[in-house]
Design a binder for this molecule. Sequence first.
Ligand SMILES: CC(=O)N[C@H](C=O)[C@@H](O)[C@H](O)[C@H](O)COP(=O)(O)O
Length: 224
Amino acid sequence: MSVLDRLEGRLVVSCQPVDDGPMDDPAIVCAMARAAVAGGAGGLRIEGVENLRATRPLVDVPIIGIVKRNVSGSPVRITVTEQDARALVAAGADIVAYDATPRPRPDPRDGILAAILAGGALAMADCATRADAQAALTGGAAIIGTTLSGYTADTATGDDAPDLALIEEFSRLDGFVMAEGRLNTPELAARAMQAGADAVTVGSALTRLEVVTGWFADAVRGRR
Ligand SMILES: CC(=O)N[C@H](C=O)[C@@H](O)[C@H](O)[C@H](O)COP(=O)(O)O
């Protein structure tokens, strides 16, 4: 079965601990990944080459690899260099995701996409708009994700709702649609599928304990 067939209609769990928090450790990322697969995840999203190398031998589901890097003078963070893209492929990523917005970054987005494809992996375009998705599909990306909607200057809305309208728009394009971003409940994940997603990625609500704890702490604090 192809990688995309294996992901169709499935949940992908993004195992990205809070940066520099107590769970930001490859052994814990491995445990999260195994727990996610045990719970029914059909794929994983793993950040960092070290975390990917540690996780890869432990699971047999498709892995989407990314490297997050802060670059001075650019807001782009997800797989911003061709070298990172090549390192992710070498570490065993089936799919490499990259920032597919047209914002300035060290290596052009087309070069990163080409490096992913040259390595033999599938490319996932982390998009903020329909135009990002169209450009990525033209360049050969297999997966278009709504990952960056709400996180660019042009798309920031300031609320916590996922962008279901963009998922629906993507479903009319000719690519595999990954719904991603603020799908914080099973109900929202189901609505993303109804809006036309092929698969749904959930991160914070499953693997950022500090974030989820904050939701509950805020709900409880000061209520009596
Ligand atoms: C915008 C950005 O940098 N998104 C990142 C992409 O890898 C992650 O921080 C998110 O956790 C991931 O996209 C999953 O989304 P959510 O955590 O909302 O389920």
